[in-house]
Design a protein around this ligand. Structure first.
Ligand code: BDR
Ligand code: CA
Length: 311
């Protein structure tokens, strides 16, 4: 199984991404979950991460709290999408499982140093603050990362927090810039892909019909989470952004994209956090990311429902 660290700001879609990973031990070995400030402040994201591990019945996965603010900006949150707790929808108990001692950034550093180089993959599902902080604090770990598979950015679909930017990149563009310039192989799941992973009514009914605690909780998360996108985009249901990352680890053939150059806008106020993706290869800038553009949505939901049923 592929060894990964999930770096996350749960978030209903983060929760589903984590559940999918924890339901798939044959393909994915979750070494730890690191929380970052994003959709809601850190005290809530780290708590939500523990709630999700407990929901999955996997209380042995260490959960660490990380950075509570972007590298050099004030935190922007997204309660308008995720609700006040970040995980609005189902009523889930406060977690019994404790946070693991230590800072998420140190866990990332220590884990990369203690495993063979090229055997640990990072899966960021929120702003890239923890990852960039680890790279700054311990530059020796950068070359040891197997791959980064992240949710963030947009090309054709442009922005969901400003007209130009996707939320995760916008919240900490300096961190994103560090990560995209790091030289680590990167796979990007932008809005172009995740807006196709829509939980339509029949797909949500399939989650609910599992009849399990997990299936019902996921259906209730989606019921809450879809309001924003239905109102804003007139879309058919909630986009499951972050689960695209963990689905890719299990069935990469569900996704197609291009290996291209992606630069992060950190200067302009108007387009701050834009992922300037050279989709048409009109520059000679070196490719630094596999930027996904499409997914097999039916295959994705079949996989997700089948795996959630295992929890
Ligand atoms: C991303 O932002 C958050 O609201 C979601 O959890 C996802 O990671 C989508 O833009
Ligand atoms: Ca997220």
């Amino acid at each position: 199984a592929r060894k990964i660290i999930i770096d996350t700001d749960p978030g209903q879609d983060d929760a589903v991404a984590i559940l999918l990973a924890l339901a798939s031990p044959e393909e994915i070995d979750v070494l730890g979950v690191t929380a970052v400030a994003g959709n809601v402040p850190l005290p809530l994201t780290q708590k939500n991460a523990r709630i999700v591990c407990e929901l999955a019945g996997k209380t042995d996965v260490p959960v660490y709290a990380g950075c509570d603010a972007p590298l050099s900006r004030k935190l922007v949150t997204a309660e308008h999408v995720h609700g006040k707790t970040g995980l609005d929808g189902p009523v889930l108990p406060d977690p019994d499982m404790a946070l693991t001692d230590g800072h998420a950034v140190d866990f990332i550093i220590d884990t990369l140093r203690s495993h063979d180089a090229g055997t640990v993959t990072l899966c960021p599902l929120g702003p890239l603050t923890n990852i960039a902080s680890a790279f700054q604090k311990a530059p020796d770990i950068v070359a040891r990362v197997q791959e980064i598979i992240l949710m963030g950015g947009a090309y054709f679909e442009v922005g969901n927090i400003t007209p130009a930017a996707e939320f995760n990149i916008y919240v900490d563009p300096e961190a994103a810039d560090i990560v995209f310039k790091s030289g680590v192989p990167i796979v990007v799941m932008p809005l172009d892909v995740t807006h196709k992973a829509l939980v339509t009514k029949p797909r949500n009914d399939a989650f609910r019909a599992l009849g399990t605690k997990v299936g019902i909780a996921v259906a209730e998360m989606t019921d809450f989470f879809e309001r924003f996108d239905k109102e804003k985009y007139g879309s058919e249901g909630a986009p499951l952004h972050d689960p695209c990352v963990t689905a890719y680890l299990i069935r990469p053939e569900l996704f197609t994209g291009r290996h291209i150059n992606v630069e992060i806008e950190t200067g302009s106020e108007l387009t701050l956090g834009m992922t300037v993706a050279d989709w048409w290869r009109v520059t000679d800038r070196a490719p630094n990311a596999m930027f996904m553009g499409d997914l097999d949505a039916d295959g994705f939901f079949d996989l997700l429902t089948e795996r959630l049923a295992r929890l």
